[in-house]
Write a protein that binds this ligand. Structure first.
Ligand SMILES: *[C@@H]1O[C@H](CO)[C@@H](O)[C@H](O)[C@H]1NC(C)=O
Ligand SMILES: *[C@@H]1O[C@H](CO)[C@@H](O)[C@H](O)[C@H]1NC(C)=O
Length: 420
């Protein structure tokens, strides 16, 4: 599949044979980053027809950076999707694309191999039909998207027309650069996603997802450019990724369950956020989130849970562990009184419950000096909060403080600062 690495190819083939007979020896094959072929596709290499390559250039893509190659990509996808073990290849050129949806279900496992650059057109009228998506994978199972290439949302024109930048303009959505909607058994790895119009990558109603070795980059000043957004998605692992944008590095919202983020570098940006949850009196549920081994630098928040008054449901069974913070404004924060609107939010009794949250081995510096802020709801206080081995200082020296309302955390080991 990757013609430049025949040795790896042969290695993959040999290891696949091993895998078929000694499945316990497969783990490292599956995780060998040099092997850019999905396990299932490799098996089909041996047992059925060889994988078929579909090169977008053979479908008329020009890759000259100025002609919109949407039709060629669409045709290549349609053929690849109805083939067995297909690999759709985007060579090392510069492709311009308007909004496009790659729909499933496909005939078989499918690999989207991006070696080149895919850039969004800056013609905003192209999005008149659907302002929410640039590139979308819809209802595709057993999909691998990889290849070391780049998705570039070319977002400047959208940022300039954002109500957050130009207050005179009405607030409107801008497209998410890359959306995976209703996808099952998905791997996205070794990709760069930059300068999204709004959210960079969204996993929406997906299950069994592995996202690894992603670089997600936009200016810290770009509005609402969340890095990786997880919504309604179960069993997702995000690993070894570098995220620096103008909004949350990772945001995890309603309907998400069993979300693991590990080896994450975050900054600039707004940190890792669970929520916001419960806006407009809605019910929201997020459970089973682990953030393990993360490094935050210069972000406005570190690890945050934010819920609106008046909502219902819960954010529960959450672990933030082995985290370094460098000059982070609000390193550890729970805000059950979140209010992100022009008018003040009214007091309401109902709230999204925040339960069983563990903070373990977190150290570093806080720009604001308030390293821990727990602003929990008076009617639905935070429950089951544990702080273990926390060592936060103020940036530039001096001790940091904790501000705590409606919470009674348990302390294990050395915890500094403490709720008073
Ligand atoms: C975390 O990031 C800071 C600032 O970029 C860097 O100095 C530090 O070495 C990083 N820590 C780890 C464990 O990579
Ligand atoms: C907690 O939230 C309330 C309601 O939004 C706000 O008035 C208060 O200032 C917050 N407390 C802290 C310590 O930030």
């Amino acid at each position: 599949m990757d013609s430049k690495t025949p040795v790896v190819h042969i290695h993959a083939l040999i290891m696949s044979v091993f895998c078929l007979f000694f499945s316990s020896s497969c783990r490292h094959v599956l995780e060998d980053p040099r092997i850019h072929v999905p396990f299932r596709a490799r098996r089909s290499l041996l047992l059925s027809a060889p994988a078929t390559t579909f090169d977008v250039n053979d479908f008329g893509a020009r890759g000259d950076g100025s002609h919109d190659d949407v039709q060629a990509f669409q045709k290549a996808w349609e053929e690849a999707c109805s083939a067995t073990g297909a690999v759709l290849v985007v060579p090392e050129k510069n492709y311009l694309l308007g909004p496009i949806t790659f729909s499933g279900p496909c005939q078989d496992d499918i690999t989207f191999q991006i070696n080149g650059i895919i850039r969004a057109s800056d013609d905003r009228s192209a999005y008149d039909g659907d302002r929410r998506h640039w590139i979308m994978f819809d209802g595709v199972q057993n999909l691998v998207v990889q290849g070391g290439g780049t998705f570039d949302g070319n977002g400047l024109i959208w940022w300039q027309n954002s109500c957050k930048i130009n207050k005179a303009l009405p607030c409107k959505d801008a497209p998410t650069a890359l959306t995976f909607y209703n996808c099952e058994n998905l791997i996205t790895r070794n990709l760069k996603i930059q300068n999204a119009q709004q959210i960079h990558v969204s996993f929406d109603k997906c299950s069994d997802v592995r996202a690894a070795d992603l670089q997600v980059i936009a200016p810290g000043s770009s509005p609402n450019t969340d890095g990786i957004h997880v919504t309604g998605t179960q069993n997702i692992q995000i690993s070894s990724s570098i995220i620096g944008t103008g909004d949350d590095c990772i945001s995890i919202v309603d309907g998400s369950q069993n979300v693991q983020a590990m080896d994450i570098t975050c900054g600039p940006g707004h940190g890792v956020s669970i929520g916001s949850l419960g806006s407009g009196n809605s019910e929201a549920h997020v459970s089973g989130v682990t953030v393990n081994r993360a490094n935050f630098s210069g972000t406005t928040n570190g690890v945050r849970i934010k819920t609106w008054q008046g909502g219902s449901g819960s954010a529960s069974n959450i672990k933030f562990q082995n985290i370094e913070m460098h000059d982070v404004s609000n390193p550890i924060i729970i805000d059950q009184n979140y209010c992100d609107q022009d008018e003040p939010c009214e007091q309401q009794r109902s709230a999204v419950e925040v339960r069983n949250v563990m903070y373990q081995n977190i150290k570093g510096t806080s720009a604001s000096g308030v390293a821990i802020e727990f602003n929990c709801s008076q009617s639905v206080p935070c429950k089951g909060i544990v702080l273990q081995n926390i060592d936060m200082q103020k940036t530039g020296g001096g001790s940091a403080t904790a501000s705590c309302n409606n919470i009674d955390p348990e302390y294990i080991g050395t915890v500094s600062p403490h709720c008073s």
